[in-house]
Design a binder for this molecule. Sequence first.
Ligand SMILES: *Cc1c(COP(=O)(O)O)cnc(C)c1O
Length: 835
Amino acid sequence: MKRFERLDVTPIRKTREKAPPSVERRPVVVPRPEALRQAILDKLAYALGKDVASATPHDWLFATALAVRNHIVDSWVASEQRTDEAGGKRVYYLSIEFLIGRLLFDGLGNLGLTEPVREALSSLGVDLDELRALEPDAALGNGGLGRLAACFMDSMASLALPTFGYGIRYQFGLFKQIIEDGWQTEAPDRWLDFGNPWEFKRPEIVYPIHFGGTAEAIEAEHAKPGAWYYAETILAMAYDTPIVGWRGKHANTLRLWSALAEEPIALATFNQGDHLGAMAARDTAEAISDVLYPSDDNPAGEELRLRQEFFFTSASLQDLLQRHIATFGDIASLPDKAAIHLNDTHPALAVAELMRLLLDEHHVAWEEAWRITSQTLNYTNHTLLPEALETWPVALLARLLPRHLQIIYTINYDHLKSLPDGLKAPESIAALSLIEERGERRVRMGHLAFVGSRRINGVSALHTDLLRRTVFHDLDRAYPGRIVNKTNGISFRRWLHEANPALTKLLVETVSPTILDDPSLLRKLEAFADDPAFHAKLRATRLANKEALAKRIGARLDIHLDPQALFDVHIKRIHEYKRQLLNIIEAIALYLEILDKPGFAAVPRVKIFAGKAAASYWHAKLIIKLANAVADVVNKDPRIGDRLKLVFVPNYNVSIAEAIIPATDLSEQISTAGMEASGTGNMKLALNGALTIGTLDGANVEIREHVAADNIFIFGAVTEEIAQKRKSGFTGAEAKAASPRLARALDAIAAGVFSPDDKGRFKPLLDAVLGYDPFMVVADFDAYWDAQRKVDALWNEPEHWWRAATLNIARMAWFSSDRTIREYADEIWRAKTLP
Ligand SMILES: *Cc1c(COP(=O)(O)O)cnc(C)c1O
């Protein structure tokens, strides 16, 4: 068996220990524009080999990013030194997704360099906002889960909590969505084509990742630990991106792994003339970090996905163990010095892999290895959707990771044996086992993560409550107190200050500049809730943002929007449970109503949709087609004019969200109750002063508690009512029969009003909602319609509308991810921020 020979990459620590302690206490001085101008010109010349005459806009972007990066690196190096000196606990956040978006304005904003850099560039005849738009989004995530990880990185850096984020450096991020004839098509996201100015390749930080082979048995009661004779090895190489926090005081590392073959080329094969064959091993190995799986809320069944999960989990654990031992010298102190967090179950193999590393590489006895593992790991559950609870076939694990399967079996044996007597009935054992025995035997990754973790959390009060009552009901009884709630949050720096500078300026002027450091001061805005002068200013910033968005949409999609209309926004992944279909049906009903009754006092509305459907999710793709088809008919109907417009903005991503959110009047958060774990889009929109129309689902419940029921439009069946309806045998056909308005809208779809070329096109959508109606679309229609008319009524009373908008902004401070991270640090990780 070949062992991987690692380069000696031990850093020369001596010099660092002797570094003068003053280095990190250097006062943060904001460089002057002249100095920045020179730094940018230097980067242009010496990093890019260009002069002012030959520089392209991309060269300017790179030169600027590299000049800004220098300042980030200063903070980064000092932070690492301070962390070492403090000798405290580090947090390791493992996530298969980081939906970062652009980084230039993050860095500029956090370092206070936005205006000096703008000035420096302008003296060179370059417009900073044009450069901003050129930066590709780092879209290493599908949606909320990945964006949460990115907001958390921002908060952990801002709070000076020493953290490594660990993930995968996908060559291709989430696919680019192109709308052709109303249909979604997918193209590769080539975000690295021009290189990535933020990352540092670390060719010396490489770990071997093994697969396959056979495992020697673990003997009864762990007397003999067993062993792994693996068959295949690939390498994980690190790429580091510094993540700098607010005011540049601290920077953490986002370490993303890229896959490499052990042998880049089989030279003997090549020399025999088989050129393609000589590269095959490399291609297979490197495929692991090629693409982000485009599935949101349902695990891909592919073997490659399992390889990805193990690949980044193993590399991250090897890396953090080597750091821990280099720093502290022994392994027993791991739980005191490291908190490892599993963002959903994708890294759940960490339970088995940490055990394996401790047993096989560090020769720790089983009981001690289990103590270390189960005291160090923590896990967040992100969904209750049954199709999203990850399981892997035992047969696949036996082939790919036989040693891990054996360790999982042993953990399961111990876990089931230690259950209290009350939970030893066969049906309890079946529910509690890490192995699903019905049908094909599979390992339940959520159960594995649960049993191996010190704390397990849900992401909103309702979601955590449902976790305790449903998927983890039995585990909660077996391990009481392990489940805690940590309601999600968002980075205000990105979602308010960067995305909405006009509103930020108004808030700073109205309240105080300290709101940038302490969002709880937003409360003081309550004093302006009934102030007509403040309303006027708030309306003016909204209007300007809407004008900017209307201009962009006009240029890209050739649709004219009236900025005075109510901008009604539904942006998120396209999924049946998020019920874009309910919104589209309401648009159709509204359209028919306006046609019917020319005097119908409808408020002029623009319905804006954006979102991607998983490439294999046929119903979601059909919903996109329907949205575009309805837009086509309604927007072209001269009888409608500006009273109703629909827009589907293609290729939803972080940057598009940043453009749409500040221009939103009404935020659609209308998921089927019990299905949205938290939502974070709801928070971004409310923070920017949009009013929410939503169900009692996820964090909407807590948003209502904070902003008060008068300032949010809640409608629809709640979780218990849905369960009741299900029991009573509810069908969509019944609801249709009871609602003439709904019936007309559905009949219009069925009659081909929106698909004259193919009348049956949308029949699959209609069949679903008229039968079992799994997402209660038609069941909630009338309640939704009524709530929308309340929206109209409030819009027509501007002083009440803008009062509610003001109170939404004033009362959203609790939803800052800084608050969320403080709670994680105190109650889950027991880790301290640096002073
Ligand atoms: C915030 C965000 C999400 C999550 O939105 P939800 O409405 O909570 O589903 C998804 N994608 C992007 C780009 C986001 O910024």
